[in-house]
Design a protein around this ligand. Sequence first.
Ligand code: SF4
Length: 304
Amino acid sequence: MKCDKCGEKAVINMRQHKLALCKDDYLRWVPEQVEKAIQKYKMFSHEDKVLVAVSGGKDSLSLWDILHRLDYQADGMYIGLGIDGGVSYSAESHRLAEAFAERHGLKLLVVDVPETYSASIPELARRTHRGRGKPCSVCGLVKRHIMNQTAHEGGYSVLATGHNLDDEVAVLFSNTLHWEGSYLVRQAPVLEADQAGLSRKVKPLCRMYEREMAAYAMLGGIEYIYDECPFAKGSTSISYKEILNQLEAGHPGAKLSFYLRFLQAKEAGFFSQQADTHFAELHPCPTCGQPTTAPGACSFCRMF
Ligand code: SF4
């Protein structure tokens, strides 16, 4: 198969876009697509200080790489969770994030949970009896708190995460399956910082397939952690992704269309009623100042 741009040998065929590209054209095409998403959803400009949440995986490291290539002011933030896998998952992902920063001369901020809070994420989950053997809810809570705090204290106007299209579509599928109105309202490429203590959150890879990001990292020579977090095994979102992959195999472009049409429906006011009730419920936590829906202190401060 030949590259649709230059006629050289293609290394990737994207049936969803009816496009085949060679290595060089592919490595140019991906940043162009990401730039288009940044512009379309007005995520940030070259004047903004962006903090990229880096996990050591292909998506977040590729995102950092792309923002760097596109000349945005993007620093990285790595959160050490204290999670062990076959090889120590946290130690290896930390090493890869540091190596990437060093190779490109970029600034990486590191917050180590066991060091800062005297307990790893699995220990915190055990101590607080949350999550029925899985530490994911505690992990999400702690990561959200640290990301907001680090962005706020460091003067970053934007917090960027590496959620790709497959991640977004799995969440959308789950929220639609259960008709979670308030979650559907909050799902967007940009979440505005309309409450004090919250940073603006953006997902520049929201229109990029997971397979496209894996190809970008591989062809671009980005060294990333292949293993998933050991607690991700058997998760509902992975089984939703498998179902959606089957759908995509028979109907190329189905995932992208599902997501884009959802965003169009939102723009047309499909969920406006839920939006009014959802945002009215937030107030600042009296301890840390971050917005919360809980009466009194936020869930993070109550946990500690
Ligand atoms: Fe945290 Fe691992 Fe769960 Fe992801 S899968 S939320 S990294 S514990």
